[in-house]
Design a binder for this molecule. Structure first.
Ligand SMILES: NCCCC(=O)O
Length: 873
């Protein structure tokens, strides 16, 4: 059988459910509503869903059943009910299956077996919620008065409608106005019901053409009710009737009006139980008794002469149907509808009340509820044990919150202190080299992130939930975009050999880019906020406790937006990691790739842990502390590695007087600022090379040489530098150290570095793998007179008097070690580095050690002046 579902274009109506019927005191006894615990921490939560849509189809008994169930659900069980009246019943299975409605309280099954099989048995998208309790039957009725007024004629048999003498009492075709849909179209049109003609009538062959005037009107409220059955009966029984579809809204009045007079007859489709049948005088028309066999020959989709229907309707046992998933998401509502049953007397008494007391279904339903508590009381299920749950929320005075608040305060103080110190030391090379404007922006980002963590302590609400996400995202974007763009500039200036655009990447330009990235982030966040509507949401903690956490509307669009926001920040994070990796070998004062790498590693690790922790179903306190501590550690780490480190270097340099920008230096320290004013080099003592007392020797040789200057001893092939400043290019805090340097040329070259402070630290003697390199142009301006010295794998910055002096040393070292370095590279490569280094005792009295000159890296331990490994001394 083909199932046809005509489109219902008559609008459905939402009915208002009164809020006063059951007294609050009575409702409270069922323990679903009105539970007001004295402890303010106990909150009674209704189970989802917030809204259950109850359908009833537009006739009186269903209207009453709908109102009784809606009033009880709303007022006794606290469920939000939307009560919908539908004009046609046939699509109720589709509506229940797709969730447009959740329940239909009164379904007439006889004409819907095929639908039942499809949706309940096969698809299982609709659930049979059981019998409603009262019986029903559809019939043809005539007004009793016409039969009483004409006792010689028989009106109440189907055969009467083959008799012209009887038919003469009934309205001629076209007398009664046809019903229309809200859009003005006729109720029955051929596109929706194949049996109807374009005039909106069903006209059987025995009434077509000239025969039309011999036929009379048969009144039908709606073509979707018992679809095709009336039409096939008229055809199969050869009745002289044309079906007029009047519409349910007018049918009752027209039929009741007919019942109250005897001048004309009317025959139409109606049913019991129903109020007009009991309130007015109607007589059922006798049809052949119902048999299954009789209905087997009927096909509602094909009303024609090849099919047949000649018998009566069967008695129907009405039932309830509902959306199959309701059992999971609203078990208490599903249980209520399973238990809902009315006796015959309940419905007939309600219909009588409805007919006689103003036809207001909500009032009749309320009167019945008030008078029949004993009947409906068993329908109300007992609330589940977890219906009332304790609210367990994070308190600002509990230890976890206090720990987070203290960490936030520390983070704020570190951030603010660093901003102040940045201002103070902005001219110091170690600070200046890292671009103070970027460091300030990074600190501001860190402070914004800290604020987002502080918001975690505040109770969730629409405002705090949105603020947490906004602050975290904007803070992250500020930090990451600053790091990325700063690193990008270094990459382009020093690392990217193909694209030298360094000069174009001014700080102002890069700051504009940071602003653009932030603007894009803000746009993404604004769309995310509009679509996701962040707000507090109930989260189960246990069977008896719940908490409020931040949640978002669950929709595909919201998920996509959340993923986009995460991807946007992940891209910035990956970009900063990638660029810091790319510049890892750039030998520049600007290069802090190691620290950027460490900072981004911290942040990546925090994200890798925080994101799953936020989504995992773990205890909200554990979530809170893990999330806050990780974010704060990463934030403080970023401030420490990228800002505090150069600031501490600057403070340290200023304190020791080795800050090249310092205008004054203390007597104990070494001031590069004073170099240039110390005059020209002058020859003095000839250095004596002795492996056993190198430091003492070069320090003796340094006496009398102006600080920072060099002398060449051409006779011995020695170049001597006094009071240079040296600093490692690696290490967290890189301090300048004052030292003397002696380069010995010839077949066995050697570089001796001796600390000026020879009483407390030791010197070194290098015989191979010693390289020198000039600074990049950008560095030269900031660090005048400096060159890079690479010994094995460690790189140092050495500052001499001026650029010419630095260049001289670069050339001298490169030339002196050219042959030895080449043979080491060919032979053992850099692995032989330690073999080229001998640590010498200071003053011949001190023991040999590692890290003997702070800031100059680690030297292999050597004997008292002996050479080790592959060194070619
Ligand atoms: N009350 C009559 C309903 C008939 C039908 O649902 O088709």
């Amino acid at each position: 059988m083909i199932l046809l579902f005509p489109t219902h274009i008559r609008a459905q109506v939402q009915r208002t459910i009164p809020s006063t019927c059951i007294t609050p005191d009575l409702a409270k006894t069922f323990k679903w509503v009105g539970q007001q615990p004295t402890d303010p921490n106990i909150v009674a939560l209704q189970q989802p869903p917030a809204t259950v849509v109850v359908e009833y189809d537009a006739w009186a008994s269903a209207n009453l059943t709908g109102y009784v169930s809606a009033l009880l659900l709303k007022q006794v069980m606290g469920v939000n009910v939307k009560l919908m009246e539908y004009p046609g019943s046939r699509n109720t299975y589709v509506r229940n299956a797709d969730g447009t409605v959740h329940v239909n309280v009164e379904v007439w099954p006889a004409s819907k077996f095929a639908l039942y099989n499809k949706y309940v048995r096969q698809d299982q998208t609709v659930e049979d919620l059981g019998l409603l309790g009262y019986f029903s039957k559809i019939s043809w009725y005539i007004n009793t008065n016409i039969a009483d007024a004409n006792p010689t004629l028989i009106f109440d048999s189907w055969r009467s409608f083959q008799q012209p003498a009887v038919l003469n009492f009934f309205p001629a075709v076209g007398t009664t106005t046809r019903g229309r849909n809200a859009d003005g179209s006729l109720l029955c049109t051929p596109d929706k019901y194949s049996f109807c003609n374009s005039e909106g009538y069903y006209v059987p062959p025995q009434c077509q053409g000239n025969l039309r005037s011999t036929c009379r009107e048969y009144w039908h409220p709606d073509p979707s009710y018992s679809q095709g059955e009336n039409e096939q009966r008229i055809l199969s029984l050869g009745l002289k009737l044309v079906v007029v579809y009047i519409g349910l809204d007018r049918f009752e009045d027209i039929f009741a009006q007919c019942a109250q007079q005897s001048a004309y007859g009317c025959v139409g489709y109606w049913w019991k139980p129903e109020q007009i049948i009991s309130a007015y005088r109607f007589t059922e028309v006798k049809l052949n008794p119902y048999t299954d066999l009789c209905y087997d020959k009927f096909d509602p989709a094909n009303v024609n002469a090849t099919n047949e229907l000649t018998c009566d309707w069967t008695i129907e046992l009405l039932h309830k149907i509902g959306n199959a998933k309701m059992r999971q998401w609203a078990p208490h509502v599903s249980n209520f509808f399973r238990l809902l049953t009315f006796r015959e007397i309940d419905m007939t008494s309600m219909l009588a009340d409805y007919a006689t007391r103003g036809r207001k279904a909500e009032e009749t339903a309320c009167r019945w509820i008030t008078a029949n508590q004993a009947i409906w009381r068993p329908w109300i299920p007992t609330p589940p044990s977890n219906y009332i749950r304790f609210l367990d929320r994070l308190n600002t005075s509990e230890p976890l919150s206090i720990v987070v608040i203290i960490l936030c305060i520390i983070s704020y103080l570190v951030g603010i202190a660093l901003i102040v110190l940045l201002q103070k030391y902005q001219a110091s090379p170690s600070v200046k080299a890292q671009s103070p404007p970027f460091m300030t922006v990074i600190l501001m980002g860190a402070i914004i992130i800290t604020t987002s963590v502080a918001m975690e302590v505040a109770a969730p609400s629409s405002a705090t939930c949105a603020a947490r996400t906004w602050l975290l995202a904007i803070g992250l974007c500020t930090v990451l975009s600053s790091i990325t763009l700063k690193t990008w500039r270094i990459f382009n200036v020093f690392g990217n050999r193909r694209m030298r655009v360094g000069n174009k990447l001014s700080t102002r330009r890069l700051m504009t880019m940071v602003g653009l990235l932030l603007a894009l982030d803000a746009i993404l966040l604004a769309i995310w906020t509009a679509i996701s509507s962040p707000a507090e949401a109930v989260t189960e903690v246990s069977a008896t406790t719940f908490t409020y956490s931040c949640g978002v509307a669950s929709s595909d669009a919201a998920t996509v937006l959340s993923i986009l926001v995460i991807i946007y920040h992940a891209v910035l994070l990956v970009a900063s990691v990638f660029l810091s990796y790319k510049i890892r070998n750039v030998a520049s004062e600007f290069n802090e790739s190691k620290y950027i790498g460490l900072a981004t590693y911290n942040m990546t690790l925090a994200c890798i842990i925080v994101i799953p922790v936020v989504f995992l179903p773990i205890n909200f306190r554990a979530q809170f502390i893990i999330k806050c501590i990780l974010i704060l550690c990463a934030t403080i780490g970023v401030m420490g590695l990228l800002v505090a480190r150069p600031v501490i270097e600057a403070i340290s340099a200023a304190a020791s007087g080795t800050d090249p920008t310092a205008t004054n230096f203390s007597g104990a320290g070494f001031g590069f600022g004073g170099f240039k004013s110390r005059g020209s080099s002058q020859a003095s003592n000839k250095p004596i090379v002795s492996p056993t007392s190198v430091t003492g020797t070069i320090n003796k040789s340094a006496q009398g040489i102006p600080k920072g200057s060099s002398v060449d001893d051409m006779h011995n092939g020695v170049r001597f530098g006094a009071n240079f400043a040296m600093r490692s290019m690696s290490g967290i805090i890189r301090r300048w150290t004052e030292c003397n340097m002696m380069l010995i040329g010839g077949n066995n070259p050697a570089l001796t570095i001796g600390p000026v402070d020879s009483k407390t630290i030791e010197g070194k003697f290098y015989t191979a793998l010693v390289y020198a390199k000039p600074l990049e142009a950008a560095d030269k301006e900031k660090l005048p007179g400096c060159f890079f010295l690479r010994i094995d794998a460690s790189t140092y910055l050495v500052q001499t008097t001026d650029a010419a002096e630095a260049e001289h040393w670069v050339n001298a070292i490169t030339n002196a070690f050219a042959v030895v370095n080449a043979s080491h590279s060919r032979g053992g490569g850099s692995g032989s580095a330690s073999g080229g280094t001998t640590t010498v005792q200071s003053g011949g009295t001190r023991s040999v050690g590692v890290n003997s000159i702070p800031g100059l890296g680690t030297a292999a331990q050597g004997g008292g002046g002996g050479k080790k490994g592959g060194a070619k001394a």
